[in-house]
Design a protein around this ligand. Sequence first.
Ligand code: G6P
Length: 491
Amino acid sequence: MSAGFEFVVVSNRLPVDQVVSESGGQSWARSPGGLVAALEPVMQEQDGAWVGWPGIAGTQLEPFDVDGMHLVPIPLSKSEVAEYYEGFSNDTLWPLYHDVIAAPSFHREWWETYRRVNHKFAEAVAEVASKTATVWVHDYQLQLVPKLLRDLRPDLTIGFFDHIPFPPYGLFSQLPWRVQIIEGLLGADVVGFQRDADSGNFAQAVRKLKGFPSKGGQIEVPIEDPNPGVRVFEPVRYLGQSRKVIARKFPISIDAGAYRELASRPDVQARARQIRGDLGNPKHIILGVDRLDYTKGIRHRLRAYGELLAEGKVDPEDTILVQVASPSRERVQSYVELRNEVELTVGRINGDYSAIGHQAISYHHHNYPREEMVALYLAADVLLVTALRDGMNLVAKEYVASRFDNDGVLVLSEFAGASDELKRALQVNPHDIDGLKQSILRALQMPRTERASRMRSMRRHVFENDVRRWSGDFIAELDQIRAERGNAIGD
Ligand code: G6P
């Protein structure tokens, strides 16, 4: 073991993806998704290491520094990417944990690769973490790492944060490897979730599968006999001692101040005006911003919008829907199908309702830099978040943090974690297309005073509960456990 780092974050992806151009040149691009968006500011302020995959199969890279972060790349082969990342993580766990909106695939070979890759991550972390370091493991791709790491390095304090929903037992119990997943997670000292519903589902799975009760967000995990001798055919023996695991919610957030600062920059505001102008200065701009994922309810949103146009309740002469759909998991079949369906629907709606000079839907299958996103948030009168299931949805919080003018209306699905906090959004059930249509119309017609009062209260919440508070709360919980353990072992 080297001298190592006292604080180590581990997630499937590093915050930057390696990009190789056609001419063979190499560069780095910011990785997609809420996990990186939330952790990046935390790590820029911490003197720690971030262990993860650099986003391309088969690359071997030495550790390197980027934007004040020390990154330790884990190489994944083509078959590991296919079976661990595209397969088990994104075609088994992702759909299972998101209410089986798409059918999960169960393959034993994928599970074996998931196990093997989780080992690889745990071994790399064990190498870079200093004695009694704190390690923070992230998300569904790495649920076995806490236990593997505890076995390798019992001196570490280990946290795990689940960025996505934890499913109800009725769904979780379908997983053939459910016990191993629960045991993997219980290797952590603190297991964090987005919502009370998620930590409740986890506690129930622990009770049903392991028989360990929980009370007040605390689970007593009996310590196994590490040396069972010849008792191979007997049930696991416990030493009569136990370890406490904290399992509760820590709702994730954003760097709200960074969004406010960007939004108050004159060039970003000028860009927002230019966007409105380029769109033909419509009376209303409605915005959707999502990874192109079936959990985001993009089809439901398009259905509702298409019907409003067909019924003449929204006039394409003065209203436009701007949909940013960032490319995601493009080799997984359900994502290929979703893209085809969304783009067909957008094409149909535009064919029926656009005119030369203005479109009904302005659709963008791209990633944009943060400045451009903030300009779009400032330009948009309404942000539509219609997720069918979403751990949190940080886009909703980014919109709120950007609206320093206390304007704009957030339409927010009750199935996104953010709805527990942003109570003054117009909350919708995206499956209820009529209800969704009514909420869109209400958002378009909402008086300025009501918009301001709703936005002001949501802004207060987002600024009081920003990403520093989230990471601070989580790390404080880990520090407390570390201190208790230090006392217990007398160092
Ligand atoms: C969600 C997940 C993250 C993931 C991100 C992007 O936010 O919680 O773990 O990194 O989506 O997905 P990708 O598969 O591209 O990493």
